[in-house]
Write a protein that binds this ligand. Structure first.
Ligand code: C5P
Length: 227
């Protein structure tokens, strides 16, 4: 199965001048942990990484240091995650019928999670990995007055990998571009097009490294795993 890794973001919320995926985590760049899990997955056979061209020399060095057995292609990312994934979809080889999409910033996802997602994708057109929400979630208005408290038992926090039939996801992205939909994950486009998105149980440790606290947590979790 083909895997696309959006990796074209910045380090803004991390307070970093450079792409947060190039920050060091236990002595290795963050992106190399993500790639190592993808390499270890039995089902992934091809990896596309969407990045900003300025980062390509670093990405190439990471890929070469890992000596990956799987083919890796660097693809120019866009101004938003949505645009980066759009570019990735255009760059997939013609034989790609199903694709997993996994944020480079989720560097703790395990090879088992990739495999579980890939296997589930053989029986449904679209899926996300997700975990039940632990906090009570509030809907607030622009004055920060709470407007609603949704029933927590129906709420799941979306993670990646997310997986889709390529033909359907491409159609959803095209419709999204035409209609000006702005979304933060690919499942949202699928939903807006009326297509079903299946939940696959995610991993509590599969956090998205966004702020310095996440980086410290990721380091703690990885240290436990490697000890
Ligand atoms: O910013 P955030 O962490 O939510 O981004 C999620 C993922 O999307 C990250 O791996 C980031 O590198 C990627 N991204 C991208 N292109 C952008 C913005 C973010 O590929 N323009």
């Amino acid at each position: 199965m083909h895997l696309l890794i959006p990796a074209a973001g910045s380090g803004r919320r991390m307070g970093s001048q450079r792409n947060k995926l190039l920050l060091t985590l236990l002595g290795k760049p963050l992106l190399s942990w993500t790639l190592a899990a993808a390499e270890a997955s039995q089902h992934i056979s091809w990896i596309g990484i969407m990045g900003q061209p300025d980062d390509f020399p670093d990405f190439k060095a990471i890929v070469s240091d890992l000596s990956l057995a799987k083919p890796v292609e660097l693809i120019q990312g866009g101004a938003t995650r949505q645009e980066s994934v759009y570019n990735g979809l255009q760059a997939l080889p013609p034989n790609a019928d199903r694709v997993l999409i996994h944020d480079g910033a989720r560097c703790l996802a395990t090879a088992e999670l990739f495999d579980r997602s890939a296997e589930a994708l053989l029986t449904c057109p679209g899926l996300i990995v997700a975990v039940p929400v632990k906090d009570t979630i509030k809907v607030v208005d622009e004055r920060r007055i709470v407007r609603d408290t949704p029933d927590r038992s129906n709420l799941w926090a979306a993670q990646t990998p997310q997986g889709f039939e390529v033909k359907l996801l491409k159609q959803c992205h095209e419709e999204g571009r035409q209609k000006g939909w702005e979304v933060t994950d690919d499942a949202a486009l699928f939903e807006k097009c009326g297509l079903p998105v299946q939940i696959v149980e995610g991993e509590e440790t599969n956090l998205k490294v966004t702020t310095p606290v996440d980086l410290a947590l990721a380091e703690f979790i990885l240290r436990q795993r490697t000890e």
